[in-house]
Design a protein around this ligand. Structure first.
Ligand code: AMP
Length: 561
């Protein structure tokens, strides 16, 4: 397929706001692709070139792009920056400048999707000495042959800024519409395969070639991360017990969700965001080798940090220092030891266990492992319908500095994906929100080098867009202001006076006093007195609270309407 054709679709998708129409456009695009192009196109409409879990992202820094554009269009970097300030979007700048470029018409050779995809795939792999120059040359070569519209979308894609409003739900619906009989069963089959493969391009390929049955028979591949099951927030213990009777109450540990995959003597560790943290936790790998008695399995648990002196749990922030660590890993193993509390098994020796009831999976888990006290344990569990007993258990968890309880329905199957029912969270107080930062403001006076106010946003699950809902400027220590500035600086995509817009990437947990209706933000709501609680390094923009949750919480304040 010509890249030009894909760009025409981008344009249509960008202009269209109706979800139904967008799905139709995307489905038409998918059905028009050859088998090879389909995989590439499914990546490219998401603005990515590798599955998200690989962490191989585009998102080239603005400054680097300006250098590549300066080279491609034979203009100074200052000139490009000037245009950028005028148009506010480097994609538009590239479109404008490439119109003036004579070579484009002389070349006459069409840019193909295959070529673009292969070139873009090189970018995230380049690192170390000389990589900046190589990146610039790769982008430069593409821009040289790109036509204006192609240049616009190339630049946006490379900056990680495609913004055509294509979220996961839309891709799923488009795959169904393009290749499957449009039924609920088909959407479920696509969801199922996606949850296991974590890669829509593979899912699209299976849908096209093997249909619903192909999707349904997808199995876990050891070494490839899955989309984990999550809990829903329950208002009270009574409410859950009233609905389900006897439940399995488990401590909700405040740590890192850990997916353990084992095959023979090899262990993989993934977070709930499908990040591979095997290298960061060699101590946990050793524990798994000792503690897991079966040959091949997928087990889940929560890893928490413990104080090396007192062996008592430490806050998640302490553990988070280990999650993305690239150096001094052995030192961290000593400084911040961990323990894991296992709560589920979903795959054993070639067999998917997800349809078995929770209670049965727990039994299988118990027989598949050997507890190593204080290190490799089972999550504390209490099976009862006695609300009083569950309340005592809840207090024990809170006294042990854990988050609360998970109440699990005894016969519930394991269901992949987001908050899907079967597991209910019980946590104290009004729920904090996890929000993504989309903008910030430089401080004044002594704080002029720091970003000091942060624009917060919720996610719209239908479009994948982020909708602003407040401005946070309290709750941070001096060090935290500094840390936030360091984290956000490379993500700046636009600057106007003291205000900056940043690529949505950094997630923070925020507390607040109240939610109010507000015409000032596109979410329609504003948080009153939002304050920083902590950085959520374990979450990405796709995991932040949704507009729907914000509305629910607003209503639960008793002010509906
Ligand atoms: P939340 O992050 O508030 O949506 O809560 C879901 C998270 O709770 C999961 O991703 C796990 O990391 C964590 N968790 C802690 N203990 C448990 C448990 N016993 N069962 C399930 N999840 C747990």
């Amino acid at each position: 397929m010509e890249y030009k054709v894909l760009c025409e679709y981008y344009e249509k998708l960008e202009k269209e706001s109706s979800k139904i129409e967008k799905t139709k456009i995307l489905a038409k695009l998918f059905s028009q692709c050859s088998a090879e192009d389909l995989e590439r196109v499914v990546f490219l409409v998401q603005g990515i070139v590798y599955p998200k879990y690989t962490q191989l992202e585009l998102g080239i820094a603005t400054q680097l792009m300006i250098r590549a554009m300066s080279k491609a269009y034979g203009l100074s970097e200052e000139k490009i920056e000037e245009e950028f300030a005028k148009l506010g979007d480097l994609g538009l700048v590239a479109e404008k400048l490439s119109k003036n470029k004579k070579q484009a018409t002389l070349f006459k050779k069409s840019l193909m999707v295959e070529k673009v995809f292969e070139e873009l795939r090189k970018l995230p792999l380049l690192s170390g000495e000389g990589s900046q120059e190589k990146k610039i040359m790769t982008i430069y070569h593409l821009l040289l042959i790109a036509e204006p519209k192609e240049a616009k979308y190339l630049v946006r894609t490379i900056l990680g800024e495609l913004r055509i409003g294509v979220a996961e739900g839309l891709i799923r619906d488009a795959i169904v519409e393009a290749f499957l009989p449009s039924k609920e069963e088909a959407a479920e089959a696509v969801d199922y395969a996606w949850s296991i493969l974590s890669d829509f391009s593979l899912v699209a390929k299976i849908a096209k070639e093997k249909g619903i049955e192909g999707l349904k028979s997808v199995k876990i591949e050891i070494g490839r991360p899955i989309q984990v099951m999550l809990g829903e927030k329950a208002e009270s213990i009574e409410e859950v017990v009233k609905e389900y009777g006897e439940v399995a109450a488990e401590w909700k540990y405040d740590g890192m969700r850990t997916i353990i995959m084992k095959k023979a003597d090899k262990i993989w560790l993934f977070t709930r965001r499908q990040e591979d943290v095997t290298k960061q936790f060699p101590d946990l790998v050793e524990l798994c080798k000792k503690g897991i008695k079966v040959d091949e399995c997928v087990i889940e648990g929560e890893t928490i940090a413990v104080d090396p002196k007192t062996n008592t749990p430490m806050a998640f922030q302490v553990l988070s220092q280990r999650i993305h660590r690239k150096y001094d890993i052995e030192k961290m193993v000593e400084k911040i030891p961990v323990q894991i509390h296992l709560f589920d098994i979903i795959y054993l020796n070639g067999e998917m266990l997800i349809s078995k009831p929770l209670i049965e999976r727990r039994k299988i888990l118990e027989s598949a492992i050997e507890v190593i006290p204080g290190k490799f344990e089972l999550a504390k569990q209490l099976i009862t319908k006695d609300v009083k007993k569950i309340e005592e258990f809840y207090n024990e968890a809170l006294n042990a500095k854990q988050e609360g309880l998970m109440l699990k329905v005894l016969n519930s199957p394991y269901r992949f994906g987001r908050h899907v029912g079967g597991w209910y969270k019980i946590k104290p107080t009004m729920e904090n929100l996890d929000l993504v930062i989309v903008g910030a403001t430089w401080g004044e006076g002594a704080r002029a080098n720091w970003l000091t106010s942060f624009e917060l946003a919720v996610r719209d699950p239908d479009t994948g867009n982020f909708l602003r809902c407040g401005m946070m400027s309290t709750g941070l220590t001096e060090e935290e202001y500094e840390m936030m500035t360091e984290l956000l600086k490379p993500l700046i995509i636009q600057e106007k006076g003291k205000e900056v817009k940043v690529r949505p990437k950094i997630v923070v947990e925020v507390k607040y006093q109240e939610i109010q209706k507000s015409p000032n933000y596109e979410s329609g709501y504003a948080l009153r007195f939002p304050a920083f609680v902590r950085l959520r390094e374990d979450k990405g923009p796709e995991d932040v609270d949704t507009i729907n949750r914000l509305i629910e919480l607003y209503k639960s304040q008793g002010k509906a309407g």
